[in-house]
Design a protein around this ligand. Sequence first.
Ligand SMILES: [Zn+2]
Length: 74
Amino acid sequence: MRNCEQIAKLLYQYIDRELTDDEHRRVRQHLDACPPCKHVFRLEEGMLTIIGEHCRKVSAPERLIDRVRQLSHE
Ligand SMILES: [Zn+2]
């Protein structure tokens, strides 16, 4: 069972290590099992590393969810 949208919502907090241990484990397990999400995660992680803290926008999680949806439907 996939819960890609839930995972996408947690992805930024995952990258920032702001999740509880349980949530962190859940996201990591999903990423291991779900290539589309893992692909998005790598893109976002790389982008955040390059851009840095100050450019993060509130709208980012919605963009993430859209991207996961697109990838999942290919
Ligand atoms: Zn997924």
